[in-house]
Ligand binder design. Structure first.
Ligand code: NAD
Length: 375
């Protein structure tokens, strides 16, 4: 059976869903691996390296594919060329891809969304949201250190003592914790805040001080946060203002699944930061944690340079692709039985991540969005 590695076509997408190093993992499961020409080039892997690893490279890769793997969802025109029953595995936020979901349903594609992989301990090695958040969190810390025209670490020299940079990180999920750990390793004094009850301990465990505010915690389902009321959001902003005014660098990574990013920092709060301060907003693409941030741009707000993240994990294409490809290998292994691609829909990871199947929309919230309720 044939697994195809698609060449990414979305602008700015530099990652690839499979790396030469892991091709052998899939061929040893019994698959033939076919790569679209140039699929790995932007992540610095040549077609020859895939061939040396045991794959073939072909313009007609998609023909007779059992499974197509990609980072971004396939385009509709590609989906329409696939045979009925072909499976796809990629990021695929179904609520934001309704036209594509309809095309997949009509074409009889079995589609799996990496965003929908249930967050249970057994699925951790398949969780591409986490692996890519790790990359983005690291990158945010490095960007902050690079933009700041100061040292991160304390320096005691014969010419005097240079104090360490003060960094505040808001949102301490996978990306935020990685940003904290990286800033800490670079020697900055780091403070972190998150709305979840478990986060203070997690923040301390990676070397930062936990900012503890006199506010209720907001625990949602599946380890995620809940949305704040506007009253609580306002109070949180007031209480965080002195911490932000005191910071040399602010990194924001807060998200609530299925919603726009919460506004944690107003322009007025940024205006209170010192001259030369730096703000890195990882959430800029999904609405922004910081008022005024723009995805893919550096803008000035008051005294600060505000960097807005846009597909941040793709800024480190090789390690991001390597981690992504391992997630793919683990998911494909789960869906393989006796050398064939045969997903078991009684498995909650398989079932939970499926969007369309057998000409139906399998993911219930998406089906309701498209077709309404049965009543
Ligand atoms: P995420 O990307 O959805 O959100 C990032 C962080 O923003 C979260 O920690 C969230 O609590 C925080 N946040 C939301 N609103 C906020 C606000 N108003 N102010 C401050 N912070 C706010 O989350 P994530 O990084 O994907 O992970 C969230 C949790 O899920 C973590 O505890 C993580 O350990 C857990 N997790 C579990 C699994 C698993 O069990 N398989 C996998 C990955 C993550």
């Amino acid at each position: 059976m044939k697994i195809v590695v698609a060449k990414e076509v979305r602008e700015g997408e530099t990652r690839v869903a499979m790396v030469p190093e892991l091709v052998g993992k899939l061929t040893s499961l019994g698959y033939e691996l076919v790569v679209e020409p140039g699929a790995g080039v932007s992540a610095l892997w040549s077609d020859e390296e895939y061939v040396e690893a045991g794959a073939t490279v072909s313009e007609d890769a998609m023909v007779d594919a059992a499974l197509v793997v990609s980072v971004q969802p396939l385009e509709s025109r590609t989906v329409r060329r696939l045979g009925t029953g072909t499976a796809t595995l990629s990021f695929l936020p179904p609520g934001q891809s309704l036209d594509l979901v309809v095309d997949m349903r009509v074409c009889g594609i079995t589609s799996f969304s990496l965003e929908l992989v249930p967050r249970i301990s057994r699925s951790q090695s398949m969780d591409a949201l986490s692996s890519q958040a790790l990359v983005s969190g690291y990158r945010c810390a490095i960007v902050a250190a690079g933009l700041l025209r100061r040292f991160f670490p304390l320096n005691m020299t014969s010419a005097g003592t240079v104090r360490p940079a003060e960094v505040v990180v808001l949102g301490a999920g996978v990306a935020g914790l990685q940003a904290i750990a990286t800033c800490h390793r670079l020697g900055a004094v780091v403070r972190g805040y998150d709305v979840r009850a478990a986060s203070a301990e997690e923040i301390r465990s990676v070397g930062a001080q936990a900012i503890e505010l006199d506010l209720e915690t907001l625990e949602g389902t599946g380890g995620y946060a809940r949305e704040m009321t506007e009253d609580r959001a306002q109070r949180q902003r007031e209480l965080l203002t002195p911490y932000i005014a005191n910071a040399d660098a602010l990194i924001t990574t807060a998200a609530v699944p299925g919603r726009a990013a919460p506004l944690l920092v107003t322009a007025q709060m940024v205006e209170q930061m010192k001259a030369g301060s730096v703000v890195v907003d990882l959430a800029a693409e999904s609405g922004g944690n910081v008022e005024g941030s723009e995805a893919g741009k550096v803008v000035r707000v008051g005294n600060a340079q505000v960097w807005g993240g846009a597909n941040v994990a793709a800024q480190m294409p090789a390690p991001a692709s390597r981690l992504f490809a391992q997630n793919i290998v683990n998911l494909v292994s789960l869906m393989t039985h006796e050398g064939a691609f045969a997903p078991d829909f009684d498995d909650e990871i398989v079932s939970g991540s499926c969007v369309t199947r057998d000409g139906q929309v399998w993911h219930e919230p998406t089906r309701i969005l498209l077709e309404g309720t049965d009543e």
